[in-house]
Design a protein around this ligand. Structure first.
Ligand code: FAD
Length: 419
């Protein structure tokens, strides 16, 4: 009988591991709490009405429709039994395994202030993106109806917390929407009334990048009208605004992109984790003392050759997923025979807005239009599905020529006062 491989998580790591097991004599089960693989690097484009949810997500079942040794299960794993070799879903159903790959990713971390979450959603899932889109669009509609400029000011104010790539991308895109692409459709509000703040606790933005890219990123954002506030940890987030030191910024539009932690499922392994909750895995990504259980992607703490933990990036997750898939495929059970996982860094990039990005490709650092073009081509290349690639290409070309954002729909109207 074929051995059973259970993969928890149909993200970048999980999908890559399962693909490596194609046409091998294993029975593979992918369990995910959503029914789709999500291309998270383009989530902010859904949140800012540039792309539709369907452009960046693909049903996991559809990805594996031709790979007959894969079964897909919709469900949330909430227990791992290492002795009986099975995982259990919230529903009570359980799935036995010979090999287990935990690729359950990460989630936002509010540093113990979980009540901030309802006022400042993070951007991690499609529903987060749709909620943020809804808030941005609704806010513009509300501002349009308020005559008194002082009263409408909070509705035209946006606060993004966290100066990493996600925060920078969000702030840049909101600046484009609020100061340019949608303004021609409104009659009362003016572009110069909108305020976009990017708040960062550290002394700079884009900390994972080497100079001069953070400096260029900062200047680009400022040129786009974003006010970047550095060295300012957020003290409080309320429904109607954000407190930083002695300043209160009044707004219902707050987006959290400040910190991440590994999925809570990792704690169920009962092994050592780092301060972000990531599993401290062996060099072959297996957990200490159990060579048939692996953790890959954002949920794993793996160091690079300089001893620095690898960042939570899609290429890291994909390479780890492929590596684990290969190990299982070759059934090299004795850990001592396995070669250690090695990350091949092909470069990092972040986009800031239309025709604006920063890139570091193997030490070659550049920014501006060519960085943005390369960013766009790479993202289209890695999207799953020809239809998605084609649609995103078409949307971006349209947006580039017309400045217009196509997906500006408000589906659920909030009647409550948002301040
Ligand atoms: C807004 C945003 C922008 C980003 N931009 C970039 C970028 O530009 N470039 C880049 O390289 N990286 C970027 N990243 C990071 C990148 O998306 C992650 O590093 C990558 O998704 C990690 O892959 P993964 O497979 O480990 O986890 P994920 O892709 O997060 O997949 C985890 C999967 O596990 C499932 N899951 C979780 N818990 C359970 C459970 N208990 N039971 C069942 N299923 C479960 C989830 O539903 C999910 O499908 C970005 C991330 C975000 C959020």
């Amino acid at each position: 009988m074929a051995k059973q491989v259970v993969i928890v998580g149909g993200g970048f790591a999980g999908i890559s591991a399962a693909k490596k097991l194609a046409s091998a004599n294993f029975s593979v089960t992918i369990i995910d709490k959503t029914n789709h693989h999500l291309f998270q690097p383009l989530l902010y484009q859904v949140a800012t009405a540039a792309l539709s949810p369907g452009d960046i997500a693909m049903p996991i079942r559809a990805i594996f429709s031709k790979q007959k040794n894969v079964e897909v299960v919709l469900g949330e794993v909430d227990a791992i039994d290492k002795v009986q070799r099975r995982v259990q879903l919230k529903s009570g159903a359980y799935y036995p395994f010979d090999y287990l790959v935990l690729a359950s990713g990460a989630q936002y971390n509010y540093f113990g202030n979980d009540d901030w979450k309802k006022h400042a959603p993070g951007l991690k899932t499609l529903s987060d993106a749709l909620e943020i889109r809804e808030r941005i669009l609704l806010s513009l509609e509300q501002a349009e109806q308020i005559i008194d400029p002082d009263r409408r000011k909070p509705y035209l104010t946006y606060v993004v917390i966290g100066g990493g790539p996600t925060g920078v991308e969000m702030a840049g895109s909101i600046a484009e929407i609020a100061k340019r692409s949608m303004m021609r459709d409104f009659r009362n509000i003016q572009p110069n009334e909108t305020k976009i703040y990017l708040i960062e606790a550290a002394g700079g933005i884009l900390n994972g990048f080497e100079e001069p890219l953070p400096e260029k990123g900062l200047k680009t954002l400022e040129d786009m009208g974003v006010e970047v506030i550095l060295n300012s940890p957020v003290q409080e987030i309320r429904k109607n605004g954000v407190q930083i030191e002695d300043t209160f910024i009044e707004t219902p539009n707050i987006i959290w992109g400040a910190g991440v932690a590994a999925s809570p499922l990792i704690q169920k392994l009962g092994i050592e984790t780092d301060r972000m909750g990531r599993a401290m895995v062996e060099a072959d990504l297996s957990i200490p003392g159990d060579p048939a259980i692996f953790v890959a992607g954002d949920a794993a703490h793996v160091k690079d050759k300089n001893g620095v933990p690898l960042p939570g990036l899609a290429p890291v997750a994909m390479q780890q997923g492929k590596y684990v898939g290969n190990l299982i495929r070759n059934e090299t059970m004795a850990s001592s025979n396995r070669t250690a996982f090695k990350y091949v860094d092909k470069g990092t990039m972040a986009t800031i807005g239309r025709a604006k990005a920063v890139a570091d490709i193997r030490g070659f650092k550049f920014s501006g239009f060519f960085a943005w073009l390369l960013w766009g081509l790479i993202h289209i290349f890695f999207l799953i599905g020809f239809r998605n690639r084609f649609r995103v290409f078409a949307e971006w070309t349209w947006h580039y020529i017309t400045f217009k954002r196509g997906v500006r729909l408000i589906a659920k109207k909030e009647d409550e006062d948002r301040l």
